[in-house]
Design a protein around this ligand. Structure first.
Ligand SMILES: [Zn+2]
Length: 475
């Protein structure tokens, strides 16, 4: 889900989005923040069938290439040749600093604003009135929840519009990062809201959830937590095939030469190279990124076309090597497992907090019990607060995983210089702060700061010292 759609929906979506986010591991620091799982990827366009990907992959026969040699032959010449640390610092211009600062404020305000909107709906009595409207539309819980939730998503979207417009459209245009017209941007927003209403409301998930709360007022959190794993697995599985294509066009990598090099690399890493796609992000942004998402047969490496146009082949190969690290080291399923376990604690805390809040303010909100569907905004607020509180832990985990992928990328490609250049480009192109202070790093950084990543590219080269790799085991 895009940051925008999360904000618009207030919070339950923040939760579903958090689940989906876990399924995406990217190369750029901006990835998890700006482009989460669901929005992110998409526009119209038909999904390219796996068969056609396989066909094009086999068409490009993995002939022995220069890369194959580079992977096995140590070469001191591949170490960073320039003072990239100084270049990264110099690349963080006053203009980039201004963008990074504003972007940071948006990240700070975003969840606080969502919480404020949820509390406003409760204290103003709007939530209770929306419930009354829903009750008049039908007796069945499915209908009542669908009506209430649709109203809730639309009203929350309208109330949070100023912030989502600023962060998703105005700020990006102000700093020359967006290539999207207002019409295309808002169309993506509508699609994002529609996906949320359809998934949680239309498919009856929220109705089922509220039925569970009514049936077991004390233990519903346990059912929620148990249901989390299969739901995330389902989401992660369908995301690249069903959700992403709603927002972007995906095609198997077109550059035949690059494809051959990537196939060679994939063969070394022991992963199916046919699952490498490019996505038309240039229709939306000038930023660089690449990511891995999906599970099993749906798992794929996706490279933004902006990255393909803005980086040299060896830089792209390093980036792909990083993504292959996520793939080989099982970061997607480990993330899914981690959040499924965390769900037990989160939902238990949510149930305690919701009951406590309703016992204090219930009469004022005209909400009698947690199973009253007017408490949906409260569930959203509670989950947003909990995800905010646990954010530093989730980010620490994410930074560790990203660091592992950085090391894997170096081990499998030996492209130290290209790796450093890739980070340099990501930093200046995405206008990200390469050296955030500790608070900002702990609270908001899902990736190691770029300066650290450049240092890693410069200093980590076990193949030159005759030491074994930590992550990439030669087959
Ligand atoms: Zn990554």
């Amino acid at each position: 889900m895009s940051e925008a759609s999360i904000r618009a929906a207030g919070g339950p979506l923040a939760w579903v989005a958090a689940l989906a986010l876990v399924s995406v591991v990217c190369v750029a620091p901006a990835c998890a923040g700006d482009q989460g799982a669901a929005q992110a990827h998409v526009e119209g366009a038909k999904l390219v069938a796996p068969e056609s990907a396989a066909t094009s992959a086999s068409a490009a026969a993995p002939a022995p290439s220069a890369l194959a040699d580079s992977v096995t032959t140590p070469s001191p010449a591949r170490l960073p040749a320039r003072d990239y640390i100084a270049e990264v610092r110099a690349g963080f211009t006053p203009e980039n600093h201004a963008y990074a600062t504003r972007h940071l404020w948006v990240e700070i305000l975003d969840p606080l604003y969502a919480i404020a909107v949820g509390m406003f709906l409760l204290f103003s009595g709007l939530a209770a009135r929306m419930r009354d409207v829903a009750d008049n539309m039908g007796k069945h819980r499915y209908v009542r929840v669908l009506v209430f939730f649709s109203l809730y998503v639309v009203i929350s979207w309208v109330l949070t519009f100023p912030l989502s417009w600023y962060s998703g459209f105005a700020l990006e245009h102000q700093f020359g990062l967006s290539t999207q017209s207002f019409g295309r941007w808002i169309a993506d927003e509508f699609k994002g809201q529609a996906v949320i209403i359809l998934f949680l409301g239309g498919f009856g998930l929220l109705s089922l959830a509220y039925g569970t709360i009514e049936k077991s007022p004390r233990r519903w959190w346990l059912s929620f937590a148990i249901a989390t794993l299969p739901i995330i697995i389902f989401l992660v599985l369908i995301e690249p095939i069903v959700i992403d294509p709603i927002f972007n066009k995906f095609t198997p990598l077109r550059d035949a030469e690059l494809r051959t090099e990537i196939l060679d690399l994939a063969a070394k890493a022991g992963i199916p190279g046919r699952n490498v796609y490019e996505v038309d992000q240039s229709t939306k942004t000038r930023k660089f990124d690449a990511y891995v998402n999906g599970f099993g047969a749906s798992q794929r490496i996706v490279i933004w076309d902006t990255t393909l146009h803005g980086m040299t082949h060896d830089e792209i190969l390093y980036v792909v090597g990083h993504e292959m690290g996520h793939y080989v080291l099982g970061h997607v399923w480990k993330g899914v497992l981690a959040i499924s376990l965390a769900a037990f604690l989160l939902f238990w805390l949510a149930s305690v907090l919701m009951s406590a809040a309703i016992s204090v303010w219930g009469p004022r909100w005209k909400i009698s019990a947690p199973h009253d569907i007017a408490s949906i905004p409260l569930l959203a607020v509670t989950l947003t607060v909990l995800s905010l509180v646990t954010q530093p832990i989730a980010n620490a985990y994410s930074r560790r995983v990203e660091h592992e992928a950085d090391l894997f990328g170096l081990e499998v490609t030996h492209l130290s210089d290209a790796g450093a250049r890739a980070f340099l480009k990501i930093g200046s192109q995405n206008r990200s702060d390469p050296e955030p202070n500790t608070f900002v790093r702990l609270m908001f950084y899902t990736h190691p700061p770029l300066l650290d990543r450049v240092r890693t590219a410069r200093d980590y080269h076990p193949w030159l010292e005759g030491k074994p790799n930590k992550y990439f085991k030669v087959r």
